[in-house]
Ligand binder design. Sequence first.
Ligand code: ZN
Length: 314
Amino acid sequence: MQPISGLHHVTAIAGPAQENLDFYAGVLGMRLVKKSVNQDDPGTYHLFYADAEGHPGTDLTFFPWAQLAPHQEGHGLSTEVSLAVPPGSLGFWSGRLARYGIKINSPEVRFGQHVLPLVDPHGLRLALTESQSSPGRSFTPWERSPIPVEHQIRGLESARLVEHDLAPTLSFLRDGLGFREIGVENGWTRYALGEGTSGQYLELRAEPGARRGAWGTGSVHHIAWRMRDDAHELAVRQNVAEHGAEPTPVIDRFWFKSVYFREPGGVLFELATDGPGFGVDEGQATLGESLVLPPWLEGERSAIEAALPKLTAP
Ligand code: ZN
């Protein structure tokens, strides 16, 4: 099995779509690179925020399910998403987030990195992390972002998982996906893929006394890992199945091909191919500006558009 190069995207559950757009595009300055619908629930948007070109590894996506209750913290969930920012930029970010009334927590140093933890408007925990290492992903600045290029979010840095029992998950990460342990600090175990650089980390903590967490607004829905191509995805799919996971068949998401499974602690993972990418059905210049539907829903476009809340670019 060829190595996995890192995080592909993270998908989370948001509240009202306009508030989600205002925060991720307007406050954090990410580019809305795709406006689509949940393929299993076309009455709900699926919004994708990334760098200017939607490179794999820069992408945070949301299902705005405003009718859901807030999530229940506990084990079996990813509890935080870390976004890479350039060294020295946290002062800029703490000032900006404070001006917008965003809940920020005390700065921390984690595994030698400066981190600004915050909570998005719908309860999702984020951590802006000053990232020194040169990542294995590409980044294109977004020239229409409200954020100066030198402070723009570079992509996904890492994610945190809380588990009832760490051992089965750690074995699975090692044997099924090729991770290795690179550190333990303040109760968190840091695992890494490849070189162990930005976008290749997972941090895990056991909370045996916690109850099972539950999805709701503000929770991570799933974490996706980069596959080089279809053959790589099939090889990893086979390998995770041999290590106890029950992967779905390959599902064509048009911008990438996906396989889903739960790791032993219950967190939903996805394998997603790097290609063909978000430019497959829209021009790069106008990514995210119009609603993109899968072919089988095109016939219902007018009804779907009428049912979705109107979105205004911030
Ligand atoms: Zn996904």
